[in-house]
Design a protein around this ligand. Structure first.
Ligand SMILES: Cc1cc2nc3c(=O)[nH]c(=O)nc-3n(C[C@H](O)[C@H](O)[C@H](O)COP(=O)(O)OP(=O)(O)OC[C@H]3O[C@@H](n4cnc5c(N)ncnc54)[C@H](O)[C@@H]3O)c2cc1C
Length: 1009
C-alpha cells in the first residue's frame, strides 16, 4: 500500500478539486462570465464603488499610510526596492558592521532626496530616511538643504555613527508598527480595545522548519487563544475576536506527498488548537497558503469538522482563494462538508497572496497551465462568483469578505443584501483603513474584522515585504486608490465588463510550457502534489517491480566496438550532410518520446539508480530539454553555410560539421539526463556516437537508446557500448577512430582519459570533461535563516547528495552560527530516508556498497577530527544516514565526498576572505551558493571563489537546460557548459569556403548596387 494515502474518515472526494487545478483558462473565464454574478445590478454597484472611492480619498488625507507609501515609492523605483530590502533584513542582522554595510549599500543605491517632503505621511518620510535623519537627528545646514542629494550621499558614508544607525532602526520600527497590532497578544488586545477593533489575530513568523518550531507555534497559538477567549467574554465566533492559523507553522513538512505524516503529526496539534478555540468559543480560521496545499488543508478541515470534541462549536473556518480557478468548486465542496457534518463553517474569501509564486512554480514545474488566473479582471470576477456561491450557501457557510478593493466590497455588499445573508468584511491591519472607514460610515450592518499580525518586528518584516509587494503592483487596488490623477469611476471600474472585452489569458503570461517558444517548448512536468499524479508514478514502479527490471545489456566486446566504430563512421557522413534542420527534427521526436515514457523511466530510475520520484521527474524532463535545446541550436547554427564579410568580388562562408564519431561516457548519478545530453549534443552537431553508460546503470541507458532508435535514428549512428571503465571505456577512448570524447564523472577518470588521448598518435581530438566539485555556500548575517536552511537541506541531501553540484560545505558567520546549525539539525530530523519509489521519501539509497563504505570511512574521520552535529537513522541496506558535521577549518576537505554529508564551517568576523581563499586554493570550481541581502557580499565571494555556476539566495542544485548552462572550471571541468549556447562547438569542426567571384570577369552584385 502506498504510504501517502490520507487516513481520514472522509466522505468527501477532495481530489475532484485537484482535477480542476489546471483548468484551461479560457474555459474557466467563460464559466465566470456565464455566471453573471451581479446582473442586473452592475451599474448600481459601480456607482456605489466610485462613491466609496471618493469618500475613502477624503478620509485617506488623514490616514492611508500604506497607500501614501506605495504612491511615493512604487515598487518599480530603486528607492522602493532598496527600502524593502533594508526593511526585510536590517532587524535580524545582529552585528553592527553588517548592519552598517547594509544601510550604506541600500542608501547609496537610490535617490532618496527625490522623495523628501513629497508626502505628509510620517511613514513615507521615515521610509525615505530624510525626515528622520535630516529633520530630527542630523540637522542639515543651509548648504545641505540646497543640495539634499549630496547631503544624503555624504550621510551614507557616515552610517557607522550610532546615531544614524539608531535612526534607521527607528524608521524601520515605524514601518513595523503600521502592520503589527502588538508585539505580544496582550499588547495587541489592548490596542484592539483602544481602537474598537474586532480582530482575527495571526501569530507572525516563517513556517516551521523543525519540530521544535512547530511546538513553539502551537504554544503561541494556544496562549493567544486563552487570552483572546478571556477578552472576548462570550461574544461568540461572529461578534468576537478570533485566531488565524497557518498550517505550515504546525509542521516542518506540511506537504501533500507527506499526507500520512501530516495526519499523524500535524493534525493532533491542529485539533488541540481547535479544541482550545471551541472551549473559548471564538472563531478559528485556517489561512489559505500555496495551491499545492489546498487539498491537504481541506482534508484536515474535514477531519476537524467531524470531531466529536468540537460538537456544538460554530467557529471553525477557512480562507478560500478566489484567484485559483477552482475557487467556486472549493466553495461548493466546503458547503457539502458543512451539510454532511452538520456544522456551520465560516469562510473567509480572499483573492490570494501568492500569485507571483504560483506563476513561478508552474513555470518551473512545466505544468500544463497555472492554478491561478493570469488577468486581474478574471481574479476580480472570480471573487464575485465565489462570493455569490458563498452567500448562496448561507447559513451552512458564513461569508467573511476580505478585500481592500472598493468595487469588490460594494459588489459583495449588494450580493449579500439581495440574498438577505448576514456576513462580515475584513481588512489587514495597516491597510485599507480609509476604504473600510468609508464603508463603516455607509453600512451599519456590515461588520468589520481586522486581520491583526502579532509578533516582533523581526518576524514581521518578511510579512510586510510580502504585503507591500502584493499591493504595490500596478494592478493592485491599494496602489491606485489614492492616486488623484485617476478618476474614481475608473478606479472603481467594472471587472465583469473588462473581462467581457478581454477574456483571453494575459498576453505576457503564456502557458508554462510555452514560455520558451518559438525556440522550443519546455519539458512537461508532473505535479506531485496531486494524488492521482503521484499514483501514476507509484503504479509504474509497482508494475516494474512485478515484471522485473529489463535484462542488463551485455558488455561490448572489442570486436563489437570495432564494428560499431566502422559502421558509425560510415553513417556519420550522411548524417552530417543531412544538416541541422533534419537532425533537429529527429531530436525533437526523441524529446516527445522521452516525455511520453515518463512514468516508466521514473520507475526505472528509482529501481536502477535509487532516485526518488521527484528527482526522477526532474531527470526525465532534463533529458527531454537537452534534446530540444540542442535541436534548436542545430537548426539555427547548422542549417547550412553562414555568409561572412569580404571585399567586392569575393564570397565567404563558414560551415560547421560533425567531427566524426564521438565517445560519450556518462555517470550513474544522472543515468538518463547526462547520458541523453551527451548523445543529443553529439548527434545535433552531426556526429555519430558510441555511448558507454556507467556500470551501475546500463538498463536506463539501453532504454534511452531504444527511444532514439524508435524515433527513426539510424541505429549505427548511436551504439550502446556498455562495460567497465578500465576495459570498455579505455578501449573506446584509445580507439583510432575516436574523434572526440565527452565525459562526465570523477576527476581521476578524467585524468586517465586525458592521458590516454594524449598518448595516441594521429589527429588530436577534443576532450570535454565535467567532473566533481567542492561546492560551498557562503552565508552572512543578513541572510534569512529559513531560506538558508531550506536551500542547504535541498542542496546537500537531495538526491542523497549524489549530484556533482551538491552542497558539501556551508560557511556561516559566527554571530548566527549556533542558531543556524541548530535549525539545520532540526530540519534534518524531518527528512525521510527510504524507498525511493515512495512519494514521501526525501533521501533514497546511495548507489552501491563501495560508495557506502567510502562515506562511512569519511564519517569515521569526522568523528575523529571534527564534530558530528547530527546523524539520522537510516534503514538497513544502501541507505546512508544524512549527516551534519562541523569542521575546524576550510582546508579540512580536499576532495569531493559524494553523498548525504554536509560540512559546516563558522567564520569569525573578518575571517571570511581567508576561508574563501582556502577553498579556492583547492582549485575546484563547479557550484557556489551565496545567501545574503548585500550585493557587496555576493560580489566579494564571487571574486574570491571563481566557479562555473553561482547561485544567490537559492539552492545550488537543479541547473536548468538553457537557463543555467552547467559545468565547472579548474579541477571541475573543461567546458563548454552542458545546456549552454556554446555546447555544440567542441563537437564540430569549422570549415570555410572562399570563392573569387571576380575570376569569371567581375562582381555582378557590385554593378547592381
Ligand atoms: C483579512 C484578510 C485575510 C487574508 N488571508 C489570506 C489568506 O489566508 N491567504 C491568502 O492567500 N491571502 C490572504 N489575504 C490576502 C489577500 O489575498 C490579499 O489581500 C488580496 O490578494 C488583495 O485583494 P484585494 O481585493 O484587496 O486587492 P486587489 O488589488 O483588488 O486584488 C489583488 C489580487 O489580484 C491578484 N492579481 C494581480 N494581478 C493579477 C493577474 N494578472 N492575474 C490574476 N490575478 C492577479 C493578486 O494576486 C491579488 O490576489 C488576506 C487578506 C485579508 C484582507
Amino acid at each position: 500500500m502506498q504510504s501517502d494515502a490520507f487516513p481520514t474518515v472522509a466522505s468527501i472526494d477532495w481530489d475532484v478539486v485537484d482535477a480542476l487545478k489546471y483548468e484551461d483558462e479560457g474555459r474557466a473565464v467563460a464559466a465566470l462570465l456565464d455566471a453573471e454574478p451581479l446582473a442586473p445590478d452592475a451599474e448600481a454597484v459601480r456607482s456605489e464603488a466610485a462613491d466609496l472611492v471618493r469618500a475613502a480619498r477624503r478620509i485617506a488625507r488623514r490616514q492611508g499610510v500604506v497607500e501614501s507609501f506605495l504612491q511615493e515609492f512604487g515598487l518599480s523605483t530603486p528607492e522602493g526596492l532598496a527600502l524593502m530590502c533594508l526593511a526585510e533584513a536590517l532587524l535580524r542582522t545582529p552585528d553592527e558592521a553588517t548592519r552598517d554595510a547594509l544601510i550604506a549599500e541600500k542608501i547609496s543605491s537610490a535617490d532618496w532626496a527625490a522623495h523628501l517632503g513629497r508626502s505628509d505621511s510620517l511613514f513615507v518620510n521615515a521610509g525615505a530616511w530624510g525626515l528622520m535623519l535630516t529633520g530630527r537627528l542630523v540637522e542639515p545646514d543651509e548648504g545641505a538643504r540646497q543640495d539634499l542629494a549630496g547631503f544624503l550621499r555624504r550621510l551614507a558614508g557616515r552610517v557607522g555613527e550610532p546615531v544614524i544607525r539608531r535612526a534607521i532602526a527607528a524608521a524601520i520600527g515605524v514601518m513595523g508598527d503600521q502592520f503589527v497590532l502588538g508585539r505580544t497578544i496582550g499588547a495587541a488586545l489592548a490596542r484592539a480595545a483602544r481602537n474598537s477593533f474586532v480582530c482575527s489575530f495571526d501569530m507572525l513568523g516563517e513556517g516551521a522548519r523543525t519540530f521544535a518550531d512547530a511546538e513553539r507555534y502551537e504554544r503561541s497559538y494556544l496562549h493567544a487563544i486563552g487570552a483572546v477567549g478571556a477578552a472576548s467574554r462570550g461574544a461568540g465566533p461572529e461578534a468576537g475576536h478570533g485566531i488565524s492559523v497557518k498550517l505550515s507553522a504546525l509542521h516542518p513538512r506540511y506537504e501533500a506527498a507527506k499526507a500520512a505524516r501530516v495526519s499523524a503529526e500535524l493534525y493532533p496539534r491542529l485539533l488541540r488548537i481547535a479544541e482550545a478555540a471551541a472551549a473559548a468559543d471564538i472563531n478559528l480560521t485556517v489561512d489559505a497558503e500555496e495551491a499545492d496545499r489546498l487539498v491537504l488543508s481541506l482534508q484536515l478541515l474535514e477531519r476537524l469538522s467531524r470531531e466529536p470534541s468540537l460538537e456544538g462549536w460554530s467557529g471553525l473556518g477557512l480562507a478560500v482563494q478566489a484567484y485559483q480557478k477552482r475557487g467556486p468548486a472549493v466553495i461548493d465542496k466546503v458547503a457539502e462538508l458543512a451539510r454532511a457534518s452538520g456544522r456551520r463553517l465560516m469562510v473567509r474569501l480572499v483573492k490570494g497572496a501568492y500569485w507571483d509564486a504560483e506563476i513561478k512554480r508552474s513555470q518551473i514545474g512545466g505544468y500544463d497551465d497555472y492554478p491561478v488566473f493570469t488577468t486581474k479582471a478574471a481574479t476580480d470576477v472570480a471573487y464575485l462568483v465565489c462570493a455569490e456561491r458563498l452567500i448562496g450557501h448561507s447559513p451552512e457557510l458564513c461569508g467573511q469578505f476580505a478585500t481592500h478593493n472598493a468595487y469588490t466590497l460594494a459588489a459583495v455588499r449588494r450580493l449579500a443584501e439581495r440574498a438577505g445573508a448576514p456576513c462580515e468584511r475584513q481588512r489587514l491591519h495597516g491597510m485599507g483603513e480609509a476604504l473600510h472607514a468609508a464603508a463603516s460610515a455607509r453600512w451599519s450592518d456590515f461588520p468589520l474584522r481586522v486581520y491583526a499580525p502579532v509578533g516582533s518586528h523581526e518576524d514581521l518584516l518578511p510579512y510586510l515585504v510580502r504585503r507591500l509587494l502584493e499591493n504595490g503592483a500596478n494592478t493592485s487596488f491599494v496602489h491606485v486608490l489614492l492616486d488623484d490623477s485617476i478618476p474614481p469611476d475608473l478606479v472603481a471600474g467594472d471587472p465583469i465588463a473588462a473581462l467581457r472585452v478581454a477574456p483571453a489569458r494575459h498576453p505576457r503570461i503564456p502557458r508554462p510550457r510555452e514560455i520558451l517558444l518559438p525556440e522550443r517548448c519546455a519539458a512537461a512536468g508532473i505535479d506531485l502534489s496531486i494524488a492521482s499524479e503521484r499514483g501514476r508514478l507509484v503504479s509504474a514502479a509497482a508494475m516494474l517491480d512485478s515484471a522485473g527490471l529489463p535484462p542488463t545489456p551485455p558488455d561490448a566486446s572489442p570486436e563489437r566496438i570495432d564494428r560499431a566504430f566502422a559502421a558509425a563512421a560510415w553513417a556519420q557522413r550522411s548524417w552530417d550532410g543531412a544538416g541541422g534542420i533534419e537532425r533537429g527534427r529527429l531530436l525533437r521526436k526523441v524529446a516527445d518520446a522521452i516525455e511520453a515514457e515518463l512514468p516508466r523511466l521514473v520507475a526505472l530510475l528509482a529501481r536502477e539508480a535509487g532516485k526518488t520520484l521527484a528527482d526522477g521527474v526532474g531527470e526525465v524532463r532534463e533529458a527531454a530539454d537537452f534534446c530540444r535545446f540542442y535541436a534548436a541550436i542545430a537548426e539555427r547554427d547548422m542549417a547550412g553555410p553562414s555568409p561572412l564579410p569580404g571585399p567586392a568580388g569575393e564570397r565567404n562562408w563558414l560551415q560547421l560539421h560533425g567531427r566524426g564519431v564521438f565517445v560519450a561516457i556518462s555517470p550513474w548519478n544522472f543515468p538518463l539526463s547526462i547520458f541523453t545530453g551527451q548523445v543529443a549534443a553529439a548527434l545535433a552537431a552531426g556526429d555519430a556516437v558510441l555511448a558507454k553508460p556507467a556500470e551501475q546503470t546500463p538498463r536506463i541507458a539501453a532504454e534511452a537508446v531504444g527511444l532514439f532508435h524508435a524515433a527513426g535514428l539510424d541505429p549505427t549512428l548511436l551504439a550502446l557500448t556498455p562495460g567497465g571503465g578500465e576495459t570498455v571505456g579505455e578501449a573506446l577512448v584509445r580507439h583510432p577512430r575516436c574523434d572526440g570524447v565527452a565525459f562526465t564523472g570523477g576527476t581521476d577518470t578524467a585524468f586517465a582519459i586525458n592521458r590516454a588521448l594524449a598518448a595516441r598518435d594521429g589527429p588530436i581530438v577534443p576532450f570535454i570533461a565535467e567532473t566533481g566539485g567542492l561546492n560551498a555556500m557562503f552565508v552572512d548575517t543578513t541572510a534569512l535563516k529559513e531560506q538558508v536552511v531550506d536551500d542547504a537541506i535541498l542542496s546537500a541531501f537531495g538526491s542523497a547528495g549524489q549530484r556533482c553540484s551538491a552542497l558539501r560545505l556551508l560557511i556561516v558567520p559566527a554571530e548566527t552560527a549556533d542558531e543556524l546549525i541548530a535549525t539545520l539539525a532540526g530540519a534534518m530530523e524531518a527528512l525521510v530516508v527510504g524507498d525511493p519509489a515512495d512519494p514521501a521519501t526525501d533521501v533514497g539509497p546511495v548507489i552501491d556498497r563501495a560508495a557506502w563504505d567510502a562515506l562511512e570511512a569519511h564519517v569515521e574521520r569526522l568523528e575523529r577530527e571534527a564534530r558530528i552535529v547530527r546523524r539520522l537513522n537510516a534503514p538497513e541496506g544502501l541507505f546512508f544516514a544524512p549527516t551534519l558535521a562541523e569542521i575546524p577549518d576550510a582546508g579540512f576537505l580536499t576532495r569531493e565526498v559524494f553523498g548525504p554529508i554536509l560540512h559546516v564551517l563558522r567564520y569569525p568576523p573578518g575571517g571570511l576572505a581567508a576561508a574563501a581563499r582556502t577553498l579556492a586554493r583547492a582549485r575546484y570550481g563547479l557550484t557556489l551558493g551565496i545567501h545574503s541581502r548585500l550585493d557587496g557580499f555576493a560580489e566579494e565571494i564571487r571574486r574570491l571563489v571563481p566557479v562555473g555556476n553561482t547561485y544567490v539566495n537559492r539552492s545550488i542544485i537543479g541547473a536548468v537546460v538553457g537557463e543555467q548552462p552547467f559545468g565547472g572550471e579548474g579541477l571541475s571541468g573543461t567546458g563548454p557548459k552542458a545546456g549552454g549556447p556554446y555546447a555544440l562547438t567542441r563537437f564540430t569542426v569549422e570549415r570555410t569556403l572562399s570563392v573569387n567571384t571576380a575570376a569569371q570577369g567581375g562582381d555582378p552584385a557590385l554593378f547592381d548596387l
